[in-house]
Design a protein. Sequence first.
Length: 238
Amino acid sequence: MTPTNRRNLMFRAMALGAVTTLPACKMTEADNSSLTDQFKHAMLAWDDKVQEALFDPHTLAPTFRPDQITNPPRFNAFYDISQAPVVDPATYTLALGGQIQNKTPWSVSALNALPQHSQITRLICVEGWRVIGQWSGVRLSDFLRHVGADLTCKYVSFKCADGYYSSIDMPSALHPQTILALNFLNAPLTPPFGAPVRLRIPVKLGFKNPKSLVHLAVTNVYPGGYWEDQGYDWYSGS
Ligand SMILES: Nc1nc2c(c(=O)[nH]1)N[C@H]1C(S)=C(S)[C@@H](COP(=O)(O)O)O[C@H]1N2
Ligand SMILES: [Mo]
């Protein structure tokens, strides 16, 4: 490990330390109006800046062997698995918005016709569990270039069929392991796990992997997210 690496790790540990002092989710009403809360938000903003500065677009998230895959996978959403939205892949379209030249909506077959990338990576949920899976699909960087997205914009935002939403920074969106996943274990995604298209971004925590995407936009206006707006750290690198 080089001294620079060690220094980076130290800062990263400090930044993560700031995160771990926060409650995992739902803050109480008292928290919301208190000075402590304002302090937490200031710390989160600072933490995001530090994490963003330390992000190396060339460093890959760990990859795993096929025998390490978690099977069956583990479901998570803000509702029970029986409530997962069922989207018809035949009529499905992914709508585009914001700073994108060609906003023609995308069908599943059109997405499948773009170059595909497969990887075995780990998804880490803030609830304290992790799974390893093989997701494949279109690199988000390829897709954004293909549709003429303004890559100088700050954010890529996502809306889902179940009302969930999230957003990521442009450098993470352009990371080579960030994909619009269409398949899990070489078969089309199933409804609870994000069919027909989900974001799979191994450099971020699980909640920044929105499932069943219906809308993607490129913007400079901070889009927030379902959990992010309830106090979760927005950057949330993993
Ligand atoms: N549309 C949608 N996407 C979502 C969520 C959700 O509630 N709705 N939950 C997130 C959370 S908290 C996690 S940990 C992962 C879980 O993905 P999995 O069900 O494939 O394990 O999905 C993320 N994406
Ligand atoms: Mo999660």
